[in-house]
Design a protein around this ligand. Structure first.
Ligand code: ADP
Length: 455
């Protein structure tokens, strides 16, 4: 029951209620109609017989019967018998009825024929000028029962049909009523999928609670979008403002380091300041890129580049840095792979992956960079035998400011690198995934679709 939608549950509830109601109606109809119809047939029989007495008149030993006596009213056959010997005198007897049936004045009898059952009502009557007569009324029980059965059969078809029509109408009505809820769900799903708060449910003006909820939801989205926008703007402004002082610090450090009169200690201290300023500068540029990306302001200039060559160059540069940690970088690069990429973003992506493999690599370890063409995509892989990432942390490494264990890194990491890498891969129509075993190493696989040969 839990897995069913509210729409289905409501319809089922309604359907169950309708079925119950139909069954109850049919049961009542069955039990009541039998008695009701038969007792109405009996009372009509009595009435007809009693009324017929007015049509009988006796004079000078003869009977005069009015023509009305012979008309079949309410299915009642009327007949007159002699009061002395029970001889049939006038009237109509239905075919199949035993004319010799005993008289039972003022009493109702049920007489079974071969194919039919009959109600028989007799009245003893003294006709002036003739003497005692019996007036007999006969009506068919079987016919009454048959007509009742037809009614019941009709009800048996009509009631469930009515119930089915009501259930279908009800389902359509519920579906319409739930349409705004469906729209709201779709909007939320779209927001999740496209990570954009600019969507709105946008229902036309309505008065019911659901429309009110949708309008409130839209207002909330409006507020959220505005505050997100303000936050992004703030990050972007702060990063921008910080860029100049950091550049000045870097330049000053360079200048100080040029001074030959610098003592060994002063040189070491200035180097530390310079290194930290460089890290801040890199963090600022990552922040700026991400906030511009969020605002859709980051300009991407894709051009068809020989990424095999570019990758080789980057690996070469990084090899020098890796040496400090005695990490060996090997490369397996397929030649002549051309892809439409933004050069500086591609460099950032690969530099990030390689520098991570160095930062989180073990001293004397090994990093493998490979680039291959596979299924219409360039597959770039960076594999290391470093400290690895735990299963729990692995899904979060793409989150901003996430650092698996800040104590493990050398303190120069902001936790922004991989979220930037992911964004770059996505912007190039590709994707990136990571595999890792804690203590054994990690592998980052990035796929960038290649332009089709015809283009
Ligand atoms: P950071 O600036 O901290 O390196 P990243 O976004 O590049 O930020 O990486 C996020 C986290 O993922 C890192 O803090 C680290 O814990 C983990 N990580 C990334 N690359 C590797 C790797 N090659 N080996 C082990 N852990 C890694």
């Amino acid at each position: 029951m839990k897995r069913w939608s509210a729409k289905t549950k409501l319809t089922l509830l309604y359907a169950a209620f309708m079925v119950l109601l139909t069954c109850a109606a049919l049961a009542i109809l069955f039990s009541l109609s039998n008695q009701e119809i038969l007792s109405s047939v009996q009372s009509k029989l009595r009435e007809q017989v009693e009324e017929s007495l007015e049509d009988i008149e006796g004079s000078e030993g003869n009977l005069k019967i009015d023509s009305d006596f012979y008309t079949l009213e309410e299915g009642v056959y009327l007949s007159v018998y002699d009061g002395q010997d029970g001889e049939f005198l006038y009237g109509m007897i239905p075919a199949g009825f035993d004319a010799q049936a005993d008289f039972m004045p003022d009493g109702l009898q049920t007489i079974k024929g071969r194919n039919e059952s009959w109600y028989v009502f007799d009245l003893s009557f003294r006709a002036d000028g003739y003497g005692e007569v019996y007036v007999r009324g006969i009506t068919s029980v079987t016919r009454a029962e048959n007509s009742m059965r037809v009614t019941l059969r009709f009800a048996l078809i009509l009631l469930p049909l009515l119930a089915a029509i009501t259930i279908i109408t009800c389902y359509r009505f519920i579906r319409r009523a739930f349409l705004p809820v469906k729209k709201m769900t779709e909007t939320v799903q779209k927001i999740q999928r496209e990570r954009s708060l600019s969507m709105r449910v946008g229902l036309p003006e309505g008065k019911d609670e659901i429309y009110y909820l949708a309008a409130t939801f839209d207002n909330m989205l409006e507020d959220l979008e505005e505050s997100f926008h303000r936050e992004r703007q703030f990050t972007s402004d702060v990063s921008h403002e910080l860029r100049t002082p950091v550049t000045v610090i870097l330049m000053q450090c360079e200048e100080i380091l040029q001074d030959p009169a610098l003592s060994e200690e002063q040189r070491r201290q200035t180097e530390v300041i310079k290194k930290k300023a460089e890290e801040i500068s890199s963090m600022i540029s990552q922040l700026l890129l991400l906030s511009r990306a969020d605002q859709g302001r980051q300009v991407i200039q894709k051009e068809l580049l020989d990424i095999s060559e570019l990758t080789e160059m980057i690996v070469e540069e990084q090899t020098i840095l890796a040496r400090e940690k005695e990490i060996m970088i090997t490369e397996t690069i397929e030649e002549g792979i051309y892809a439409a990429v933004d050069e500086s973003l591609y460099i950032r992506l690969l530099v990030n992956l390689i520098s991570n493999s160095i930062s989180y690599g073990k001293r004397g370890g090994h990093t493998e960079v490979s680039l291959q063409q596979k299924d219409g995509a360039a597959v770039l892989q960076v594999k290391d035998d470093g400290i690895g990432i735990s299963k729990e942390d692995l899904p979060h490494i793409w989150d901003r400011f996430f650092r698996a264990d800040s104590a493990r890194s050398d303190g120069s990491h902001s936790g922004l690198g991989l979220s930037m890498v992911k964004w770059i891969a996505k912007e190039h129509g590709g994707d990136i995934e990571a595999e890792s075993v804690l203590g054994e190493g990690s592998r980052f696989i990035c796929r960038i679709p290649l332009p089709s040969k015809e283009n």
